[in-house]
Design a protein. Structure first.
Length: 279
């Protein structure tokens, strides 16, 4: 795991000095890097068949991205009962994706019952083996790598609520794929998790969250701190940073004075955090 240098924290935000990444190796270059042209657009609706089921997702590919230029990818998974198009409408990652030059993916979940009751669109978080949404994620990545020049070392995941749980699962199931994750309003890790590679994690959680209690998010924090073998902790405004971890990663936990919502300060902080890391 390589990282760019981190600088100071100011007013609870994580501010970074980006020194640049090493040149992308041939192993990191997907087949799409040979494409002479790409399809760009702020809302590209796509469909892929996974196990005979049509799965839908939206791509945000800014026109500032050139064919052959290696770019990072950020998956943004919606909460239970929501949708990819809904997240696309409200996600603020779109505000700075053109300048930062990254592709954002807004997947659409299938009905899932989380507590044995009503089924609503969301993500399966109970198991890794045979998980339809892990297979969906792989399928989306195959399309991206075929059609765009994806830097395979810079693939990230974030999500809210059920999507945050699923981001945790992806880091456990595909640690060789995801360079960092950033759960928002999610709880404990719901599957066995012992990745050989360390995983940088940034949490955001509301102190007044009654849907996913803060205790569940703190449990997930403690699991990642243990998994990553972090040895040091310091407080920076609303965030606590766990460092001294294996492979130089960090686990950061930021509290927001709110309920079960996406904190407005989370979006920029998430991108500033995840883009520091590569596989």
């Amino acid at each position: 795991m390589l990282q760019v240098s981190a600088a100071r924290a100011l007013c609870g935000a994580i501010l970074l000095v980006v020194t640049g990444f090493p040149a992308m190796s041939a192993a990191d270059a997907g087949p799409g890097c040979a494409a002479e042209s790409i399809v760009s657009g702020r809302r590209i609706e796509r469909t892929v068949a996974v196990a005979g089921v049509a799965r839908h997702f939206i791509l945000d590919v800014p026109e500032t991205i050139a064919a052959g230029a290696a770019v990072p990818v950020l998956f943004d998974f919606h909460g239970w009962g929501h949708s990819g198009p809904g997240v696309w409408k409200v996600s603020k990652f779109r505000d700075f994706a053109p300048a930062e030059q990254f592709i954002t993916v807004y997947p659409d979940g299938l009905p899932v019952s989380l507590r044995g009751g009503e089924a609503r669109p969301g993500w399966e978080i109970r198991a890794v083996e045979g998980n339809r949404d892990v297979a969906f994620t792989r399928a989306m990545l195959e399309i991206l790598e075929r059609e765009y020049c994806i830097d395979r070392g810079r693939i990230y995941s974030t999500g809210f609520s059920n999507g945050a749980f699923f981001s945790n699962l992806l880091a456990c199931a595909l640690p060789e794929t995801f360079a960092a994750i950033a759960p928002v309003g999610g709880g404990r890790i719901t599957v066995p998790c012992a990745p050989k590679q360390a995983v940088p994690v940034l949490f955001h959680h509301g102190t007044q969250d009654e849907v996913v209690p803060l205790a569940g998010a703190l449990e997930a924090r403690d699991r990642w701190v243990a998994i990553n073998e972090c040895r040091e902790t310091r407080t920076e405004g609303a965030c606590e940073r766990h460092t001294g971890c294996r492979e130089g990663v960090e686990v950061v936990f930021c509290r927001a004075d709110g309920a079960h919502t996406w904190p407005p300060e989370a979006t920029r902080r998430i991108w500033d955090f995840v883009q520091r890391w590569r596989r």
